[in-house]
Design a protein around this ligand. Structure first.
Ligand SMILES: [Zn+2]
Ligand SMILES: [Zn+2]
Length: 819
């Protein structure tokens, strides 16, 4: 047959039309097949998909298609994280209602999704701004109120005095209001809603053990640090004229070295015991903290003039007191909002006390050393050692003193052993319009009254004027605000705060299993079948909040009897970013490559293949136009070769290259199969396919028709997860029936696939420590990963820092280590 030129538009349009209404990607209910739930994080409907999105979805899509070919019942859904601030900002900017703006963006993005033939089961689509979905946010919220997991307390919000409105954190730009960049943001206290994530702090930490090996180690580390468990003790210092002030310390053994007490600027003492000048100074610190954001802040403080007594200083002749300070680095949310400063044994305290000339008193010496001299100390030492200058405790080891002193505090009633967590309760109140209304009513007689279940959903009003002024836009909608109290029937006010949009994404993936259920968030039986998610894919920027909140939500749902899962996600994969002109692709940087533009010019297959080929999925990808051209030419080569050799009829070539080409074919198949099972090095999978195609070109006239038929068939199946349109077209050209991704993934022939092998040596700091068998020509990256996978090498490298790796293909790999 004469070869055909590769016309991506013609091929992609043809299949797009044919696939449109076929429900090709529908997950099966009540299937006897093994299940596989693969999920990409749901996008915010910001306008248009760009190539960064395409990369994320191409990874998940390749996996979904591959798993179908392996015989699984695959669930691969998609939805929209549709509430949030940008819709509200767009409404202020161009007078377009947030809902309209959001739904229009969803339509647009969904068209692109379909154009790229991502294999989503659209019957299960979830749009979080629709009442069918957010009513369940409200329902969960009521369950949490019942269990004491949702509560109200005073907390600070960002306030712009010029706009007279509350600002979201994202609206604070370099400490100023986003709308006029010279007005510094202030902090105001408001009654707000919190979810008690701390009730699960212990479990969130403990269950990280279940995720070990299946989530990236750095994500687990970030989560551990975020939860931040520390063991120590609480003790009360008595402040003259006020009473006991509780502090938390992990080092009660150093308490005789405490030379001042430092309070958070929000501490109650500031408001109740200090004068207006001190209060103003404290307020300034609070505002400055909001403006600076996280990071290293210069430590500042002032002396309150109050004095505190160390509870361990019980000697009546020696009841010394220490000064009470306020410090900007002491946080109200962590521990108790007050610390004892032990400058000799804590670096942060050391810097603060040196700056303000506060005493430094060493009380721990090294086991075989002397106490440091405060006059010449340049740093604090937080090492354990022997306790000195500490009354009856002198001479004990730090460990012993920690235990016994905490026991004494408990026995005497001025403290106790304690565990503290860095994680705080989740503040979910937002003074915004475009979110889930919090389902409570404020009644002058009954206080906070939950909206009864049968009155859900509390609908967000659609007609609303967003001016960007006032506490919350919902305050300006009388028909929303003015209600009848469900308890006493008297006039009452509806809560106008809405929920943080992280609530929406905390459980959306459960809803996919039963997206149309109108009587419950989902049917437990469906969750039992589909959960946990087998593979979750998304950006590492969601490694903390989204995943902590999802884990919290899962445990909460389990405890109210809705599921039996402890953890929602079995395996997590965090893909790298797409970079262009040296920066992450983003709308605000103006370096976005719109997905549709690439699809117009080169086709969806090219865009997908590029996204997978340019780097291993976990690494960043640099978008380079010329390499996109290269991918496009490659698809053309495959297509022309296949069409001119089809249909495969006798007689073909002389057959002299059959063994060679079939070896190459089965080696490629083995490699790709292995890659899907393990590390998803799709870039090397695709380059292996490219090498195979080169070989086919070279040997074209020496391949018998039987070998040609086998080669083209397997080549097509191997390409199906990566380039579905071309693969489908070639499948049809070969006379294949049905969707190519529903064919069985071919088995490789182990004899043909066996590669020749070479032995390399593994050196550590130049000494031969191991020998490994590898395929010839394995490059430096390949050698590194093979070596790191080897148990013996792993043991040798455990706990060491690799500072350099030298790899010589077919010969050796040398790890230069430290420590
Ligand atoms: Zn403002
Ligand atoms: Zn009432």
């Amino acid at each position: 047959m004469p070869e055909k030129t590769y016309d991506h538009n013609q091929i992609e349009l043809k299949w797009h039309e044919r696939w449109k209404d076929e429900g090709l990607y529908r997950a099966e209910e009540n299937s006897t097949k093994p299940k596989y739930y693969v999920l990409e994080m749901l996008p915010y409907p910001s306008g248009a998909l760009h190539i960064g999105h395409i990369r994320n979805y191409s990874i998940g899509d390749a996996l979904a298609r591959h798993m179908w070919m392996r015989g699984y019942n695959v669930l691969h859904p998609m939805g929209w994280d549709a509430f949030g601030l940008p819709a509200e900002n767009a409404a202020i900017a161009n007078q377009r209602p947030p809902r309209e703006w959001t739904l229009a963006n969803i339509e647009k993005m969904k068209r692109t999704h379909r154009r790229f033939a991502f294999s989503y089961d659209w019957d299960r689509e979830v749009t979080t701004c629709e009442p069918e979905y957010y009513r369940w946010n409200q329902w969960f919220f009521l369950r949490m109120i019942e269990r004491g997991l949702a509560y109200r307390k005073q907390a600070l919000v960002n306030w712009c005095p010029l706009c007279a409105t509350v600002l979201a954190n994202e609206q604070v730009v370099d400490g100023c209001c986003w709308r006029h960049e010279t007005t510094p943001v202030e902090q105001r206290a408001l009654e707000q809603w919190f979810l008690r994530t701390t009730a699960y702090a212990d479990e969130l930490l403990r269950d990280i053990a279940q995720l070990e090996g299946a989530w990236p180690e750095r994500v687990l580390t970030m989560q551990r640090n975020w939860i931040g468990r520390s063991e120590g003790a609480e003790v009360d210092f008595t402040v003259a004229g006020y009473g006991p002030v509780r502090v938390f310390t992990t080092r009660i053994d150093t308490i005789y070295g405490a030379t001042c007490l430092i309070l958070a600027p929000e501490h109650e003492i500031v408001a109740t015991r200090l004068g207006p000048e001190a209060q103003a100074a404290a307020k300034k610190m609070i505002d400055a903290r909001a403006q600076q954001g996280p990071g290293d802040v210069e430590k500042e403080g002032f002396d309150t003039g109050l004095r505190a007594m160390n509870p361990f200083a019980t000697d009546p002749l020696n009841r010394e007191t220490i000064p009470v300070w306020v410090g900007n680095f002491v946080l109200m949310g962590y521990g108790t909002g007050a610390i004892m400063a032990v400058p000799a044994h804590d670096q942060r305290d050391f810097e603060f006390c040196r700056k303000y000339g506060i005493d430094i008193r060493p009380v721990i010496r090294p086991v075989n050393g002397e106490l440091a001299d405060p006059a010449t100390m340049t740093d604090a030492s937080d090492d354990y050692g022997i306790v000195e200058n500490s009354g009856p405790w002198s001479g004990l080891t730090s460990e012993e003193a920690r235990r016994r002193m905490a026991e004494r505090a408990q026995a005497e009633g001025f403290g106790k052993p304690a565990i503290t967590f860095r994680i705080k309760d989740w503040g979910v109140s937002r003074q915004r319009y475009w979110g889930t209304p919090i389902p409570v009513i404020h009644c002058p007689n009954d206080g906070v009254v939950p909206v009864p279940d049968d009155q859900l959903p509390v609908l967000l009003p659609r007609q609303i004027q967003i001016t960007g002024k006032g506490r919350s836009p919902l305050d300006e909608v009388p028909e929303f605000v003015n209600v009848t109290c469900p308890k006493c029937g008297g006039p009452a006010r509806r809560e106008t705060d809405t929920m943080d949009t992280f609530v929406d994404s905390s459980w959306y993936f459960y809803r996919y299993c039963d997206a149309k259920n109108s009587s419950a968030p989902f049917d437990k039986k469906k969750i039992d079948y589909w959960f946990p998610i087998d593979q979750y894919i998304g950006g590492v920027e969601h490694a903390i909040l989204h995943l902590i909140y999802s884990r919290f939500w899962t445990k909460m749902m389990r405890d109210i009897g809705l599921t039996t899962c402890d953890e929602p996600v079995r395996k997590l994969f965090t893909q790298g970013m797409v970079i262009r002109n040296g920066a992450k692709m983003s709308k605000s940087k103006g370096n976005v490559v719109p997905a549709d533009e690439v699809a117009d010019k080169h086709g969806a297959d090219t865009a997908r293949l590029f996204a997978l080929f340019a780097a291993p999925p976990e690494k960043d990808v640099d978008w380079i136009d010329s390499s996109v051209e290269g991918i496009y030419r490659f698809l053309g080569r495959v297509y022309r070769f296949a069409t001119r050799n089809l249909p495969v009829v006798e007689p073909g070539g002389d057959g002299s290259a059959d063994v060679k080409i079939l070896r190459k074919l089965h080696q490629t198949l083995k490699k790709i199969t292995h890659d899907f099972d393990t590390r998803w090095h799709f870039n090397t999978s695709i380059s292996a396919i490219m090498e195979l195609v080169n070989e086919m070109y070279l040997e074209e006239s020496h391949i018998s028709s039987a070998a040609m038929a086998q080669t083209l068939r397997i080549l097509t199946l191997m390409m199906a997860p990566f380039a579905p349109y071309v693969a489908q077209e070639l499948w049809e050209e070969q006379g294949g029936d049905g969707p190519v991704f529903k064919q069985d993934w071919p088995d490789f022939d182990p004899d043909l696939a066996r590669e020749s092998e070479v032995e390399i040596v593994v050196q550590i700091n130049g000494k031969v420590r191991a020998r490994l068998i590898v395929p010839p020509g394995t490059d430096a990256n390949g050698l590194t990963s093979i070596a790191r996978d080897d148990e013996k090498v792993q043991a040798l490298l455990a706990g060491k820092t690799v500072v350099k790796i030298i790899a010589v293909p077919d010969k050796l790999i040398n790890f230069v280590i430290k420590g």
